[in-house]
Design a protein around this ligand. Structure first.
Ligand code: GGG
Length: 357
């Protein structure tokens, strides 16, 4: 039986993360009231550049102790590059959560919802997951600079792939494919990146022997991005390294209308540590402070949180509420990224109202 009440650490973060978060919480509370899911929310001001400017660090020293007692983290966005370099804010917060809480799966659904306008000419029925390796790969801090400031300046950054790290995310992706349409696509670039990427391919081949009923195909990342745009309906589960998965899970939602609606679950499958649920989008400094950000990614991330804890009825109802509101395509409700004239408040409140209707 899932925990009830669910103890949720709310970490709004920066920019539009803090603007969409209240609607994520309100929608969870609304659906919780109907399906008898209790929440205990506690909000934290760290993992933000405001906190950094006050304290000289993105998080307090005891952040792990503070957050370990929660069932899940509900996270907005991080980064304000005009104030703190992006790599400092990201490595000081979100990447620490993913690594220290061993959230090695980043699950990112990509679905074309009714009523949402897509830029694609022939979208078909888009409904797939990107499974992104989330704790190693190209996101490594191993490397360095030599001869800085001279003509011989040299910069090196290593990619790290471990057998444990790659096999466990592949296993997760294969299991997901097995529960869905038994089709898995793997993304690499094994002609150009000639050590790590062919090795990833070999681990896919090895893992596929345990899942003979799952059809596997593999693509180089460059042509795969073209297929995402031209034939996105052919995909079901796409597994990729940390960087490639990040890119694909921005491109996928852009093909389904807007990255503003895309959710993401950073999962620690064993439950030893809390998992983290966040919108795919970042802090969007260009629109921050205007109240016009799309709250759907944040709200949908809350839906993934409910599903993660086995509250499937509540999760289905929340997704249905999102779908119903978007399907009505009311310009005064929808945000500008969806072609509307509404704002964060109009769209967030419409979904909350739909849950309670
Ligand atoms: N809501 C997620 C967020 O703030 N993303 C900012 C970002 O750049 N994330 C990088 C990543 O997911 O690897």
């Amino acid at each position: 039986m899932a925990a009830n009440p669910l103890k949720i650490a709310v970490i709004p973060g920066d920019g539009i993360g803090a603007e969409v978060m209240p609607y994520g919480v309100r929608c969870l509370q609304a659906v919780g009231r109907i399906f008898d899911v209790q929440f205990e929310f506690e909000e934290f001001d760290f993992a933000s550049v405001d906190y950094y400017e006050k304290h000289g660090d993105m998080m307090p020293k005891d952040w792990k102790e503070k957050l370990s007692k929660f069932d899940a983290l509900y996270f907005g966005a991080v980064g304000m590059p005009d104030r703190v370099p992006d790599d400092v804010s990201l490595w000081g917060s979100l990447l620490k959560f993913r690594r220290e809480f061993d959230q090695f799966v980043n699950l990112r659904p990509c679905r074309l919802l009714k009523g949402v306008t897509t830029p694609l000419a022939n979208p078909g029925d888009i409904d797939f997951y990107v499974v992104r390796e989330n704790t190693e790969g190209e996101y490594s801090s191993i490397g360095g600079k030599i001869f800085e400031g001279t003509d011989r300046e040299t910069v090196i950054q290593e990619t790290v792939m471990t057998r444990t790290g790659v096999d466990r995310v592949l296993q997760y992706a294969f299991e997901l494919a097995q529960r869905r349409n038994k089709k898995l696509t793997s993304a690499t670039k094994s002609n150009g990146i000639s050590i790590t990427m062919p090795w990833w391919d070999s681990r896919v081949l090895e893992m596929s022997k345990k899942f003979p009923d799952v059809a596997v195909d593999k693509y180089h990342i460059d042509i795969l991005t073209a297929h995402f745009v031209q034939r996105p309906h052919i995909f079901d589960v796409v597994v990729a390294t940390n960087l490639f998965g990040d890119i694909l899970s921005d491109l996928g939602p852009a093909c389904t209308g807007t990255i503003g609606i895309a959710p993401s679950a950073n999962i620690n499958p064993s439950g030893t540590f809390p998992s983290l649920f966040e919108p795919v989008h970042g802090s969007a400094p260009d629109i921050a402070g205007k109240g016009i950000a799309n709250p759907v990614g944040m709200i949908w991330a809350g839906q993934m949180l409910l599903g993660h804890f086995g509250y499937h009825e509540a999760a289905d109802a929340l997704l249905k509420a999102i779908e119903n509101v978007l399907a009505r395509s009311e310009p005064h409700i929808l945000t500008a990224d969806m072609g509307g004239k509404g704002d964060t408040k109009s769209l967030g409140e419409a979904i909350e109202k739909e849950i309670l209707a």
